[in-house]
Design a protein around this ligand. Structure first.
Ligand code: G4P
Length: 528
């Protein structure tokens, strides 16, 4: 096997998804600790101290305590090269999460054991299902009173329509939490209550150990025997073929904050999760181990760190090996270029890299030509990966700058933030860039936009909410929209490629437009 192939096959690239507060950040930090990627335990982060989780860097997310953007972290563990892509937990930023999920080979779903499947888990989960990627579940916070573990498993199965296979099983919960039973080794990992700021020492005991009563108590031992019988009786097998296509989720119970069950989870996860797989492109599939380099852009971000005022484009390498200073082609424009200062990210610190392989994420300085979904490959290869669809915005506002002297910064800020995919911008036909119509999927995106315009571009904006809720592109590019018969509360706008769209206040108005204009066809996504 070639060195390149070995490198690719030891890559594990995944995202962690959860409803806010389930423990995604805490689990990410514990995983990073195992990889030696950070020196401090996650339990020191948070509101009580002034240290922040390494994956949170934007001012706004520090203020609100939510992760707005996704960061990428890489570490070595157990012979694997692990790439974790963090995702925003808040549903208003689900589009960002969606794009991140396009760049991974598997996902870890964190669930709060007291709350079960929550709203946001449901939404993000649907994206994983669309991509058929393997999903591993970590049921967190067993040190607190939890729902019955069988109920939690049924909830995942019923609500998310996926089968589950518990890899371990909890013994009690909350003040009664004694540990987990590993179904493969038939060992018990004992949990000791202590100061939550300290790491917990794991004590292993065998299920047949006569001293078990002294470790977990007679009542819980009997309960465990009953649970094991039920689990084994259910007879479900751990079918890897189902795991790999996202039909069956291996489930782990633990407590991220107490670093309990995290290491066994990481070990099993790395054993079971797939290396980079085939990727769909225009004419078939690209094999990750093919020797030629190819990648696609899934994220663009400006001004990530005040110390580095710049714009970074994040690419997922889909095949081959990337070498610093190699010449590549931006397929959409046909331009040849050298990707300048390829970086690997560790939240707000960066490292220039010399090589990277399929499965890795690299950040490169963006000269302003990349858009989300673009393909990059070795010159002449012309590989075009399937695009990343945008979500149809559901909230709209007319945005102007307060100070007419700031026009230039206003245009720059709005355009750059839109190129990143953080908002979508439109304009009314025959108007300049004095004002734009901004469309977003979640209202919080307006807040982030306003905040970033103020802090990064030094522009105060006026936000005038608009009543529209639906957006449709006009399919026929030759049609003059002014000739259309539309209800008075339907608005004609253009996107920045010049395509015409209609904004509607209700579905009724969409039907009205279609009925009154024979031959008119509309799309939720831009097809041109
Ligand atoms: P998120 O990224 O999914 O939004 O969740 P995050 O890791 O920030 O965790 C949310 C809260 O849950 C944090 O508490 C965190 O300490 C706590 N937590 C995470 N894992 C566990 C666990 O296994 N057991 C318990 N009991 N709590 C857990 P916080 O009060 O918001 O912050 P802090 O005061 O702990 O810093």
């Amino acid at each position: 096997m070639s060195d390149m192939m070995k490198e690719i096959l030891r890559r594990r690239t995944f995202a962690i998804i959860s409803h806010p507060d389930a423990g995604k950040t805490t689990l990410t930090e514990k995983l990073l600790l195992y990889g030696g990627a950070i020196a401090l335990a996650g339990s020191v982060k948070g509101k009580k101290t002034d240290r922040h989780a390494v994956s949170d860097w934007m001012e706004i997310e520090k203020q609100r305590g939510i992760s707005v953007t996704s960061s990428v972290m890489q570490f070595e563990y157990g012979g694997c090269c692990v790439n974790i892509l963090d995702t925003p937990g808040h549903q208003d930023f689900s589009e960002d999460t969606y794009r991140t999920l396009m760049a991974v080979d598997s996902a870890v779903m964190v669930i709060d054991a007291a709350k079960g499947v929550e709203n946001q888990t449901r939404k993000l989960f649907k994206v994983c299902v669309m991509r058929h990627i393997p999903i591993f579940t970590f049921i967190n916070k067993l040190d607190r009173d939890a729902k019955n573990p069988f109920d939690l498993l049924s909830e995942i199965e019923d609500e998310l329509g996926i089968s589950t296979y518990p890899m371990n099983f909890p013994i009690g919960s909350g003040s009664d939490f004694k540990g987990v039973y590993d179904r493969e080794t038939k060992h018990i990992l004992c949990y000791e209550h202590g100061d939550r700021r300290h790491e917990v020492e794991a004590v292993e005991a065998d299920i047949t150990d006569p001293a078990l009563d002294s470790l977990i108590g007679e009542r819980l031992r009997l309960q465990l025997m009953e649970d094991i019988e039920l689990l084994d009786g259910a007879g479900d097998e751990l079918k890897m073929s189902q795991v790999l296509t996202g039909g069956l989720s291996p489930v782990f119970f633990g407590s991220a904050l107490n670093n309990f069950g995290v290491e066994p989870f990481l070990n099993s996860f790395l054993k079971m999760s797939p290396p980079p797989g085939l990727r769909e492109c225009d004419d078939g599939y690209v094999d990750p181990t093919s020797p030629t380099f190819s990648a696609f852009v899934f994220k663009i971000q400006a001004n990530m760190n005040k110390a580095h005022r710049d714009r970074l484009t994040f690419m997922r390498i889909c095949s081959g090996k990337f070498e610093r200073d190699m010449e590549v082609e931006h397929v959409q424009t046909g331009k040849k270029m050298r990707l300048s200062q390829p970086q690997q990210m560790m939240a707000d610190s960066r490292e220039v890299i010399n090589e990277a392989y399929a499965g890795d994420i690299i950040g490169v300085f963006d000269p302003g030509i990349f858009s989300i979904g673009d393909s990059v490959c070795e010159p002449g290869q012309d590989i075009r990966f399937e695009g990343i669809p945008t979500f149809a915005p559901e909230h709209f506002a007319r945005i102007r700058h307060k100070d007419t002297m700031k026009r230039k910064q206003f245009v720059k800020g709005a355009t750059q933030i839109a190129q990143e995919g953080a908002i979508q911008i439109f304009r009314e036909p025959d108007t300049g860039m004095e004002e734009v119509i901004v469309g977003v999927v979640g209202m919080l995106q307006f807040d982030v936009f306003e905040h970033r315009m103020r802090t990064e571009y030094n522009v105060e904006i006026i936000n005038e909410g608009l009543p529209y809720q639906y957006i449709r592109w006009i399919d026929d590019p030759t049609l003059d929209p002014k000739t259309l018969n539309l209800s008075s509360d339907t608005k004609i706008v253009q996107d920045f490629k010049g395509n015409y769209l209609l904004l509607f206040t209700s579905e009724w108005n969409i039907r009205w437009a279609l009925e009154k204009n024979s031959g008119l066809t509309l799309s939720e996504f831009n097809k041109n």
